[in-house]
Design a protein around this ligand. Structure first.
Ligand code: SF4
Length: 320
């Protein structure tokens, strides 16, 4: 099993398992100590071997770039391991939800990174798409921030990917995010989300979503950014504490501490369940199958009368 966990080496000066330089991290499955150079190579190799099953020559990849650590690492690694411009092309998509005191800094970080890497960037704002900033839409319902924001961000990213003419959407979800999503879907009893593989996509309906950082844990991403001198020291979203994800994160972190491999086991279990359901669930859910229809308000693909974006906007306490 290629499960990963990073621990700082102990108090003793321990050397890299491959060369003589001091180790910066201990990884498990298999157990190894790595110096900064070999740690960076190890991370890039694991992402490279994961992404080879996700993309094809000629793909135009829209990369969700918030400017935070995960998306920064994603863009850095993709520009390092992919032949661009060449077999594939990258366009960064940055969404400005309109979160006062938070988004200004991350937007500036995203813009600076794309300039440094020479990557095209498309910026999309909630006020442009939905008529208002998130802060305004959340008045009186701040405790639903991440639910509202998550639905609207997914649509905004899709819009950015369409403007870029993208064939794939890449997001910075890591192993921790993936394991949390598995548990959250179980806790909500949301079987469709648990089994739906959004990497499948389908022409004209869905742009496939890929998660190249899924082999790396959050700690590994932090260390990767540090060894590359690119750790973005940015504020946390003021709404982050309202998410169920925060509680699930703490629960899984505790389990991982006492039972190493828990995160990877959750993701592996989900992948096996998807195989049992036939793997390509998105294809089974095509319009015409009765499982997926078109939203009668906006015309987007959805699973009922009205899509989640229109439902969220309708439920807001203002006339949107
Ligand atoms: Fe949106 Fe919640 Fe993420 Fe903030 S923490 S950007 S509200 S999803």
């Amino acid at each position: 099993m290629e499960g990963q966990m990073v621990q700082q080496p102990g108090e003793r000066d321990e050397g890299c398992s491959i060369c003589t330089k001091p180790a910066v991290a201990r990884l498990t499955f298999p157990d190894r100590l790595l110096c900064a150079d070999h740690f960076r190579m190890d991370c890039e190799e694991r992402v490279k071997s994961a992404i080879m099953t996700m993309i094809a020559p000629g793909d135009r990849i829209a990369v969700g770039l918030s400017g935070g650590k995960d998306s920064t690492a994603l863009l850095l690694i993709l520009t390092e391991i992919l032949d661009t411009p060449g077999d594939v092309s990258l366009t960064a998509i940055t969404i400005d939800e309109g979160i006062n005191g938070y988004r200004e800094e991350t937007r500036a970080a995203a813009k600076s990174l794309t300039r440094q890497l020479g990557i095209n960037q498309i910026e999309i704002t909630f006020s442009e798409l939905y008529g208002h900033d998130l802060d305004v839409m959340l008045t009186g319902r701040e405790n639903e921030a991440c639910t509202v924001c998550g639905v609207l961000r997914r649509r905004a990213l899709l819009e950015g990917a369409r403007r870029a003419g993208a064939t794939k959407i890449a997001t910075g979800h890591n192993l921790d995010d993936e394991s949390q999503s598995v548990l959250m879907n179980v806790l909500r009893g949301d079987l469709p989300r648990l089994v739906m593989d959004t990497a499948s996509g389908y022409p004209d309906c869905f742009i496939p979503r890929i998660k190249p950082l899924s082999p790396l844990s959050e700690k590994e991403i932090v260390i990767y950014l540090m060894v590359r001198g690119a750790f973005p020291d940015l504020p946390e979203c003021p709404y982050a504490h309202t998410a169920l994800r925060g509680e699930v994160r703490e629960m899984i972190a505790e389990l991982e501490l006492h039972h190493p491999g828990t995160k990877m086991n959750l993701v592996t279990a989900r992948d096996r369940i998807r195989e049992l359901f036939g793997g390509d669930c998105a294809t089974d859910a095509l319009p015409g199958s009765g499982l997926v229809t078109w939203c009668r308000r906006c015309g987007e693909v959805c699973s009922g009368d009205i899509c989640s974006v229109c439902r969220v906007l309708t439920e807001l306490p203002m006339d949107f």
